[in-house]
Write a protein that binds this ligand. Structure first.
Ligand SMILES: *Cc1c(COP(=O)(O)O)cnc(C)c1O
Ligand SMILES: [Zn+2]
Length: 403
């Protein structure tokens, strides 16, 4: 058999096991669960070798065998992926950790890791012949899907809370999206999208109602494995909202095991949430398999203000299966951590990313991580796309005549 560009086999339901074809548009399973993409990994393992990667471009399409796009002509790319893993030697030493790293997604197109999901989601939508997509968002996903949509000539309809960061609105508008603001949360935006999709026949690109965004995000897991030379780190901390990233990273490591590229060991996955919106932490601490809607949620880290995630059961499974944990940190702790990392390391993280350094300090105190552990903080976005959040919180000194 000749080598294939993608080894995609189809879609399957992680809840009831039902299979679906990837040749047609599918959203949720008939049982209500999100669908996941399945690959023919046995065949891929025969045809594809780690060494093949050496010659490939440093973007996420270097892993095209385990991505869902069959025809490379459908790929819509802005060069996304292969973000650097940088050492946080000073910030680590301050809290007694000798191998602390940060993977910096802030340098991606649109300034967040949402570009990964959008690149793969839009490319697959193009392959499926989609002309209009619609989605609710806290801002960052809307911005990413708008620009990739523009590049693919796919119209985007974006609905976001009115208090989402203005900069993401601007980006959606610049890229020609139809943008709507709602009074309320992303869950309220989701209800509106749900209704309008039925009426207009649009493609629903809501988190996990569309199976391919997660495939883009899982490439973070492939990259971490490759960047650590196929010896996975001990712990990965991830700022968890809808949970797509953490589900994706877990899926990546399982696939890498099937490919035979990594061994038995899995990194402990840590879901970090804001105290003002911590449904996963609550469920984890109670040993539950699903979370409950988190009422009146609020946090400065708006990318993780998701009161109820459709894939919560998959997030919790990833935590339990890897012997990970869920941690909540306050907005004050997030801002303090953000300052500390910027000052010690010169990396201006987004607040979601800042939450991770706050969380790792707690985990060190608790004894969950130890001095010699290799730990990766997944900074999901750039601080510079949060001008309002930071400006409000940080006082600046009036220039005075003596300066
Ligand atoms: C969307 C977002 C998150 C949460 O991502 P999930 O994978 O949906 O949990 C975290 N950080 C930033 C900056 C985001 O935009
Ligand atoms: Zn099902």
């Amino acid at each position: 058999m000749s080598k294939r560009y993608s080894y995609i086999k189809g879609l399957y339901c992680p809840k009831c096991g039902k299979k679906h074809t990837e040749k047609e548009i599918h959203h949720l399973c008939s049982c209500g669960s999100p669908l996941l993409v399945e690959y023919n990994l046995k065949q891929a393992a025969q045809d594809w070798h780690k060494d093949d990667l050496v010659k490939r471009k440093p973007d996420l399409w270097r892993y095209h065998e385990i991505l869902p796009v069959n025809n490379p002509e459908n790929i819509v790319s802005l060069g996304e992926g292969f973000t650097p893993v940088v050492s946080l030697a000073k910030a680590g030493a301050k809290v007694g950790l000798h191998h602390l790293y940060l993977k910096d997604e802030g340098i991606l197109p649109t300034g967040t890791f949402k570009a990964r999901g959008a690149a793969v989601g839009i490319s697959k939508a193009k392959e499926l012949g989609v002309s209009t997509i619609a989605m609710p968002t806290n801002g960052n996903a809307g911005a990413a899907w708008s620009v990739y949509g523009a590049r693919a000539d796919i119209q985007t309809v974006i609905v976001m809370p009115e208090n989402a960061a203005k900069i993401t609105r601007n980006e959606c508008q610049a890229a020609g999206a139809d943008l709507y603001l709602v009074k309320g949360l992303i869950s309220d935006a989701g209800k509106i999208v749900g209704r309008s999709i039925e009426k207009n026949g649009w493609y629903d690109a809501s988190t996990l109602k569309e199976p391919y965004r997660i495939e883009g995000k899982k490439t973070m897991g492939y990259e971490i494995a490759e960047q650590f030379n196929w010896e996975v780190p001990d712990v990965i901390l991830y700022p968890t909202g809808g949970g797509v990233g953490i589900i994706g990273i877990y899926k990546a490591f399982r696939e890498l095991q099937e490919l035979g590229w990594i061994g038995e060991k899995l990194p402990k996955l840590v879901a970090v949430q804001a105290e003002g919106c911590s449904p996963i932490v609550k469920a984890f601490e109670a040993g539950e398999k699903e979370s409950e809607f988190y009422k009146n949620s609020s946090t400065i880290a708006f990318g993780i203000n998701v009161p109820k995630a459709l894939g919560d059961f998959l997030v919790l499974e990833a935590l339990y299966e890897t012997k990970g944990i869920a941690v909540a940190v306050s907005d004050e702790e997030i801002l303090e951590a953000l300052h500390e990392v910027a000052e010690a390391e010169g990396i201006f993280t987004c607040p979601e990313g800042g939450s991770l350094y706050a969380a790792v300090k707690k985990l060190k105190q608790k004894g969950f991580v130890s001095a010699e552990d290799k730990i990766v903080l997944l900074n999901t976005g750039a601080g510079i796309i949060y001008p309002d959040t930071i400006q409000d919180e940080i006082p600046y000194t009036e220039l005075d005549a003596t300066l």
